[in-house]
Design a protein around this ligand. Sequence first.
Ligand code: DGT
Ligand code: CA
Ligand code: CA
Ligand code: ZN
Length: 590
Amino acid sequence: MRAVTIALMSEVNQELAARFDQMSKVLEILDENRFRVASYARAARALEALGDDLARIGPDEKALVKIDGIGKGLAALIAEYLRDGRMADYDQLMASIPPGLPALLEIQGLGPKTIALLWKQAGIESVEDLKKKLANDSLADLPGLGSKKLENLRKSLTFAQTAGQRFRINQAMAMAQWAIQELCDKAEGIKRIEYAGSLRRGRETIGDVDLIVACGDEHRGGISEAFRSLEPVTEVLGSGDTKTSVRMGSGIQVDLRLVRPEQFGAALLYFTGSKEHNVKLRERAIRRGMSLNEYGLADRDDPEKLIASEDEPSIYKALQVRWIPPELREGRDEIERAEKGELPELVTVKDIRAELHAHTQASDGRMGLRDLAMLAIDLGYHTLAITDHSRSQVQAHGLDEARLLRHVEAIRSLASELEGQIQLLAGSEVDILADGKLDYPNSLLKQLDIVVASPHAALGQDSKMATSRLLKAIANPYVTILGHPTGRLLTRREGMNPDMRAVLKEAAQRGIAVEINASPWRLDLRDHHARMAIEMGVPLAINTDAHDSNDLDNLYYGVQTARRAGAGKTHVINCLDRKELAKWLASTRA
Ligand code: DGT
Ligand code: CA
Ligand code: CA
Ligand code: ZN
């Protein structure tokens, strides 16, 4: 049996996938041969899904060409990059367009076709240009740009500005884990090393990565030097005796702090934050005649007299409160709740016994039905629900009624073969259409074991329409789980903004569950809505929405979101045992 690990995409895979994706889009802007465009896009997807680290495979074209979706030409490019750290084709292609153009691709709602139009017809070469022209309405008479599209563009631009430069948690996690490994390999004298900050608290996006190292004073210079020399470092933002900050090629900033081993706990606590949690802890210390800072908890009248500093639990203990998991340290009411004994034992990855939302090759997944079932068995799950897309999701090869019925048959036949090993549920991720209707008739939904209903399109609806859309959808008697309710894509798209209290109230009434989609792109429900669900008695489902074998490991991020909401295992239906789950599923249809 395999345990769920933290899903990581290696730094190199991430970088090359991003480059191929960009090349495909730039080629499309330049109106190049569409087969070339498609082959780069395919390569990007292949690298995103690749389990092996390209850096480990190395610049060996024969090995690289064996990767699904990578042909000879692309294998040569990858090898070139792994060997020389650059790709001449990429550099050339990027030099052939205005330097501000690629940034436009990051704006939601702007595809290569529109960018080509804006560039060639209106001379727009950068985000700045676009903002100016949108502000003075001079794009209104460009053919192919309706007023609705312009309005959406304005909205996306505002979102991009307020979202700032933050990273999805899996990007930050990959960087942190990689840097930790690399430093341990290359530098001497590291006694302990951990990531802190928002990454440790499991926030949905991460501003920068904070690493804390315990070492003797004599090793500081060497460790700092090793850190500055890490291969992806493009810029050293600052470097002193105890703190060094660098920027990596991916744009992510990493802060490294060096502390004495006996101060490690105090530093880890301080730099894990949040700032608000720290403030409350410090006030608590003061009330008890102590002082707390990044060096330790000390006697207020005699700062030389350390009371606790080596590890976190001893500091909390001296402050007379139980250790608080990092996910809850947001300075809300966690300390008060801990004091009153109201904090539940938070759910962990190990508590999860079932995956209730996963895709196969029948729609847009990459796994065959049997392969997916084997992976779930390997993870020790007692239940796996197969939920491919419904018919309106054309780009995802959504199943029409006839194909769904055949798919259900295949699932049931495999289910009886695997009986005793895993329970397979035949389900669907049925699209919630713009008006709240579901994408299949009830006569069909009725035949399924489980129905995850999720919105995928028309996500720009106003809050009122979004609310009535979701309310109507979950009023359907066959819905089991409301999937990724807002449809947001972190750092890309805001998604809908429904009245979540009203939606959760209806979910409670119906007795259905609401999903925390564990994909690091989504984390939807978000933390404070999940907390609202718990308070309103709505069960949570934590699902990975796996499209690929690696995706099952995204579970870790979904569990962290649930922990941020204060969820224990009794709040999560994926933690029920097989019998209880079957009973619960039956209850949703009563
Ligand atoms: P981020 O990076 O924006 O996602 O969020 P954080 O929480 O990682 O923030 P960051 O990297 O600026 O700082 C890491 C932690 O260090 C933060 O959570 C709390 C602590 N910290 C930073 N500045 C202050 C401060 O001025 N006062 C206190 N009490 N703590 C601070
Ligand atoms: Ca940070
Ligand atoms: Ca920081
Ligand atoms: Zn899905």
